[in-house]
Design a protein around this ligand. Structure first.
Ligand SMILES: *Cc1c(COP(=O)(O)O)cnc(C)c1O
Length: 393
């Protein structure tokens, strides 16, 4: 194989942020301004992000997990309420329900996409009395959009709200039944959507997150919950204004704000979002062309709206491939260990065997390097190494 000449000068991770000189300058400018935490960059980042996603409202928060927590609070999750999510996600998608005292349930994945199987969700809903479940948290896993048109119909039939976990899919979309593009996080079908700006995600601010929605009522709740439940807005005050200092704590909120410096970084990164997405899609197309014909490498279903946070292959000897790539300085990763198999969730009563498709997927999946600054040379090296392993085993 052609693995001979190129040797990576440092390990190639599965995801890596890119910080440009313009990003550095944006952070420095904010650092030298009057605003260390809440300043003009926050609202500007929210406005531009909302434009990018194509949604009415955006609320910047300290990270994606805080975004999920605030969404669950804004939708009124409380003890006795039950919410359905997928076992193939980062644990935070499920944990947010527990933060509010609710109960998490899972529906198995569709093996072709690794997304939550809406037919399995329907079976779960139909096997309980109406009103038993309150919400659904689908995840645009790897960057492939969940069909929210179908999810919305199901949610309406059973009286559920929807939080779309779109952490993997800024810029992603699917075509609805009428051939219209439905963008991830646009709030047209889900009540709320969330994003993360963790360094491996499309837009990186270190820590950071965003909630998007088309619902003004939820938007106003989120603004309050993000900052201690405190309002200074004259229009929102419940008592008479007592002077310039006056504010009211109206509900139990949190400090989940995103500082101005990080919003400046996010704004700067956002300018390269389309470019980064195009590069991700080009890398995926080359991976597809290289692995598509290879027996022994199974690919997930793809689609033109895929945002490719991850590029995943499934192989019989996943451990072997992981270790082999590691020996070649390629640090692939596994997404995800099914949430219901985590020790904590086992203590909650879930068992290995509960979601066979998720568990079968987990046994075989591996996320290969996928980030915009992966060079063509590095990319070819990754492809060659995978083929070398698969062809000899
Ligand atoms: C990254 C991620 C989160 C959490 O985001 P943080 O910013 O790390 O808190 C939640 N859900 C999914 C699917 C994620 O990938």
């Amino acid at each position: 194989m052609a693995t001979s000449s190129f040797v990576p000068s440092r390990p190639i991770p599965y995801g890596r942020q890119h910080i440009s000189p313009a990003d550095e300058q944006a952070v420095l400018d904010t650092l030298r301004s009057d605003f260390l935490t809440q300043g003009p960059q926050v609202a500007e980042f929210e406005r531009r992000f909302a434009d990018y996603i194509g949604v009415e409202y955006a609320v910047a928060v300290s990270n994606g997990t805080a975004a999920l927590h605030l969404c669950a609070l804004a939708l009124g999750v409380q003890p006795g309420q039950r919410v359905i999510t997928t076992p193939i996600t980062f644990a935070a998608s499920a944990n947010c329900v527990l933060y509010c005292g609710g109960e998490v349930h899972f529906a198995d994945i569709d093996p072709a996409t690794a997304l939550i199987d809406l037919a399995a969700v329907r079976r779960l809903l139909e096997s309980h009395p109406r009103g038993y479940f309150h919400g659904l948290i689908p995840v645009d896993f790897a960057g492939l959009a969940v069909n929210l048109e179908e999810a919305r119909a199901l949610a309406d039939e059973f009286g559920l709200w929807i939080i779309e976990d779109a952490c993997h899919a800024p810029g992603g979309s699917f075509l609805d039944g009428q051939g219209r593009e439905q963008r991830c996080g646009s709030g047209q079908l889900a009540d709320l959507a969330i994003f993360s700006f963790h360094p491996v995600k499309h837009i990186a601010t270190g820590e950071g997150g965003m909630i998007t929605t088309a619902r003004r009522d939820l938007y106003e709740k989120l603004l309050l919950l993000r900052t201690h439940g405190i309002s200074k807005d004259p229009a929102q005050l419940q008592r008479a204004d007592e002077g310039g200092w006056y504010y009211e704590m109206q509900t139990l909120g949190y400090n989940y704000r995103l500082p101005d410096m990080l919003c400046a970084l996010g704004l700067s990164q956002l300018q390269r979002a389309d470019e980064g997405l195009a590069r991700r899609r080009a890398l995926a197309a080359r991976y597809d062309a290289a692995f598509g014909p290879v027996p022994g490498v199974e690919l997930l279903h793809t689609d033109a709206g895929h945002a490719y946070h991850l590029y995943i292959v499934q192989v019989a000897d996943r451990r072997g491939l992981y270790d082999f790539l590691r020996s070649r300085q390629i640090f692939a990763q596994v997404h995800y260990i099914p949430v219901h198999t985590m020790p904590f969730y086992q203590q909650q009563g879930w068992r290995a065997g509960d979601f066979p498709h998720a568990e079968h997927y987990y046994a075989r999946c591996l996320s290969l390097p996928m980030f915009p600054t992966l060079s063509d040379e590095e990319h070819q090296y990754v492809i060659d190494c995978v083929l070398e392993f698969v062809n000899r085993s």
